[in-house]
Design a protein around this ligand. Structure first.
Ligand code: BGC
Length: 452
């Protein structure tokens, strides 16, 4: 019998992902401290439509039902994040037992249903009390983070097989410190590289803490958006290199190579500090895996007026774009995985997020949400993942973003990425057609894609 062409390797790990502020709701319940997202969302003008995470998917209270949604899909793993300020309301010091207990109960519920927890320690919601002390601009942030991580390892590592320090540090610094579209809303070229550097020091300190207190696996999650030149001109090629260094290498290089790419100095100019050489001993730690979040690519063109990269993305004719304005380009996922392996070596990789926002019709009377564009995106990207495995990439698993529609940060509830549709007025969850395809993919370990 010939092996079906899209069958994945035995033991391939299938999951779905979410993050705390995007789904939990009840941000201040049971003694939790406020996070920077709680503050940002309650600052007028920062969020589309005045949305906020006060209720979101009400997962804090409905987590048991949500685990049943995962079980219905047949998920092997669930990737979620901890709201740091639930556990440490002031960010450091005093532990809030009730906050910790929520995550402990969630982990137990997952395990009872045969789903492996994959815990991200930081998915953007820094405790507000730490922001008051300078947040990621303060070099002490690495120690704050490691102390918080230690609390989590000590209480959950007996049951959590896989941890990540940070989710997408690039987004934190680009959105939070350079352009101000995300919390904490700063617009400062001098701050962005410092915040970036301290995030990677924190990740390194968190991994060190894990080596002392943990027994399973720890890694870090990067968003990678491959850059392709608009033309072969020297200017466009240089612009493409800058865009790639800024978004894709600024974080992975200090973590995995112990250095920064030279383009960063060119981009930031006098705002680029001379970081102490010793810091790279902290940033560069052995990781057990790297998580890669992939959504789209950019085709890059030189533009002397574009801040700070002197580069702009060029919209591609005849291509499908999602509701967040991202080109559907599945070859970019294959290129990303192969390119990552080629630069950083044979580290076990996971796709820790991949998904798309498209307009969804209201739930039909027969209970169906037909989402053909999202289904098509999933199908194409899974085939692209398979292609990377065939090219020899050591890819261990794939997590769809997202388990359910949720708060898309400052875009509020307007962008739907879920496998499950959420009616935010009633909290009713309904599987979309994409969820049905994904369940079949999991059940057949990819073989269903042969005919799709
Ligand atoms: C983030 C998610 C976000 C998704 C879609 C990633 O950047 O990790 O929190 O919802 O992309 O924008």
């Amino acid at each position: 019998m010939t092996r079906p062409s899209f069958r994945f390797p035995d033991g391939f790990h299938w999951g779905a992902a979410t993050s705390a502020y995007q789904i939990e709701g009840s941000p201040l319940a049971d003694g939790a401290g406020p996070s920077i997202w709680q503050r940002f969302a309650h600052t007028p003008g920062m969020m589309s439509n005045g949305d906020n995470g006060d209720v979101a998917c009400d997962h804090y209270r409905r987590y048991k039902d949500d685990v049943q949604l995962m079980k219905a899909l047949g998920l092997h793993g669930y990737r979620f994040s901890i709201n740091w300020a639930r556990v440490l309301p002031e960010g450091t010091g005093r532990v809030n037992a009730k906050g910790l207990d929520f995550y402990s109960r969630l982990v137990d519920e997952l395990l009872e249903n045969g789903i492996a927890p994959n815990v991200t320690l930081f998915h953007w919601d820094l405790p507000a009390a730490l922001d008051d002390r300078g947040g990621w601009l303060n070099r002490d942030s690495a120690h704050w983070f490691a102390a918080y991580a230690e609390v989590m390892f000590k209480s959950l590592d007996d049951r959590v097989p896989r941890w990540a320090t940070l989710n997408e540090p690039w987004v934190v610094t680009d959105g939070g410190y350079l352009h101000g579209a995300l919390a904490p809303g700063h617009r400062n070229r001098y701050e962005a590289p410092i915040a970036a550097h301290n995030l990677m020091r924190a990740s390194g300190a968190g991994i060190q803490a894990y080596r002392a207190h943990g027994k399973h696996e720890i890694g870090v999650v990067f968003n990678i958006e491959p850059k392709y030149p608009h033309s072969d001109s020297a200017e466009d090629l240089a612009a493409t290199r800058r865009a790639h260094a800024y978004m894709n290498q600024q974080f992975a290089d200090p973590a995995l190579l112990g250095s920064y790419p030279p383009e960063l100095k060119e981009i930031f100019g006098d705002a680029w500090p001379d970081f102490p050489a010793d810091d790279f001993k902290l940033t560069r730690q052995k990781v057990d895996f790297v998580g890669i979040n992939y959504y789209t690519r950019a085709v890059v063109k030189h533009d002397p007026h574009a801040y700070p990269l002197k580069a702009v993305p060029v919209r591609q004719p005849n291509q499908t774009y999602t509701e967040t304005g991202w080109e559907v380009f599945e070859q970019g996922l294959t290129d990303t995985l192969v390119g990552f392996r080629d630069r950083y070596g044979d580290i076990p990789l996971f796709v820790t997020e991949n998904g798309s926002a498209f307009y969804d019709p209201p739930v039909a009377e027969n209970g169906v949400v037909d989402d053909p564009l999202r289904t098509n995106y999933l199908r194409k990207h899974l085939k692209a993942v398979h292609k990377a495995i065939e090219a020899g990439v050591n890819l261990k698993g794939y997590y769809a973003w997202s388990l359910m529609d949720n708060l898309e940060w400052s875009l509020g509830f307007s962008k739907r990425f879920g496998l499950y549709h959420v009616d935010f007025a009633t909290q009713q969850r309904t599987p979309k057609a994409t969820a049905k395809l994904y369940a079949q993919v999991i059940q057949s370990n990819g073989s269903v894609l042969d005919d799709a």
